[in-house]
Design a protein. Structure first.
Length: 349
């Protein structure tokens, strides 16, 4: 292990419990008019509720994108928040050699931090930011709400007569005054209707609403910012500290206001977030203990003491505990202001 520098950060893990009420942040999918919530099975066989790591990663991506004031720090695909990232960015895919393509892709903050898979030239970068499922601790709640909406009856055997071509047919609604030269005429269940009089029906939708205390785990490999995986050299001209701060700020933003599925009508009632930020200040992988375990914070302290044993305070592992959203925001702010990303030394070229 190289010497611990108390301002430089190798890896950060965030483990904690987030209380999210009445949300529908991620779902299994919609079958007909029923939206299924996520169900997970734990090692002890209990079934529980969860929010997928994909959704959490997506929240981080969106927060990072929003927080960057200068969108020209993104590639052409990321500027438009396209999920393919480098694979949809011409400046990368038009390169012949993988080495050049990687170099170009790393110029984009989002591609560097969140990774990508490029088909041609073949190129892959693992995400520096990783999320596990957010898992509901025992005692979560789930309700299915019925939601009625008036919708146009589905047009089955679609037969349409365009405006001006109604011929001898007319709208089935008595005294219809729609102008046959301005409206199409459609056949529904054997009867003709003009566009103004399409029959509607009440449709029922089933929407889940969930509440729970969710265990969250995430890892940020700060040492890999700007590191070209092909050459094992940091790309010059990249402001690694700026990118590091942006990634931390995105974490801060996403837990202060989670964004996900169905927020238009199920914006979560965020109640609390408490946990531990685990910081590794030397090239030592950060230990992660799940908040599913009752005494995880106490255990984390014991793990820190075991790892730091010989060096004590100067040891690589530091814990920043937070009991509320306010404290989480403060601890993240502290990291943004006082720390920089660790650089691994690869020697002379
Ligand atoms: Zn990009
Ligand atoms: Zn009509």
């Amino acid at each position: 292990m190289s010497k611990t520098d108390h301002n430089s950060v190798y890896e950060i893990a965030i483990v904690g419990k987030a209380v999210w009420n009445l949300h529908s942040l991620s779902n299994e999918g919609t079958v007909g008019n029923v939206t299924e919530p996520r169900t997970l099975t734990l090692a002890n066989k209990t079934k529980t509720d969860g929010v997928s790591g994909e959704m959490l990663k997506h929240m981080h991506v969106e927060a990072l994108w929003s927080l960057e004031g200068n969108k020209s720090n993104f590639c052409s695909a990321c500027r438009e928040l396209r999920p393919e990232r480098a694979n949809a960015s011409k400046e990368v895919t038009t390169k012949k050699a993988s080495k050049d393509a990687m170099k170009t892709a790393l110029q984009c903050e989002l591609c560097d931090i969140h990774g990508f898979l490029v088909e041609r030239p073949q190129l892959a970068r693992d995400s520096l930011i990783q999320f596990g499922w957010a898992v509901a601790l025992p005692g979560f709640g789930r309700d299915i709400h019925t939601h009625a909406r008036h919708a146009v009856v589905p047009i089955e055997e679609q037969e349409r007569k365009e405006k001006g071509n109604w011929g001898t047919d007319k709208c089935s609604i008595p005294r219809c005054e729609s102008n046959p030269n301005e409206r199409d005429l459609l056949k529904i269940k054997g009867k003709w209707y003009c566009e103004d009089h399409l029959p509607t029906a009440q449709m029922l939708y089933y929407r889940p609403t969930r509440s729970g205390n969710y265990g969250v785990v995430s890892l940020f490999q700060a040492w890999r910012i700007g590191l070209n995986d092909l050459t094992m050299r940091y790309e010059p001209q990249i402001n690694r500290t700026e990118r590091y701060k942006l990634a931390l700020k995105a974490y801060q933003a996403m837990f202060l206001r989670p964004d996900g599925a169905m927020t238009a009508t199920r914006l979560p009632h965020v109640e609390n977030f408490q946990g531990t930020i685990i910081v590794s200040k030397a090239n030592h992988p950060v230990p992660i203990l799940s908040p599913l375990r009752d005494n995880y914070q106490e255990e984390m302290r014991a793990i820190r003491d075991a790892i730091n044993k010989t060096e004590g305070e100067a040891g690589p592992i530091e814990l920043l505990e937070f009991a509320s959203m306010k404290e989480f925001a403060e601890k993240m702010q502290h990291l943004m202001e006082k720390t920089t990303p660790f650089s691994v030394s690869f020697g002379e070229t």
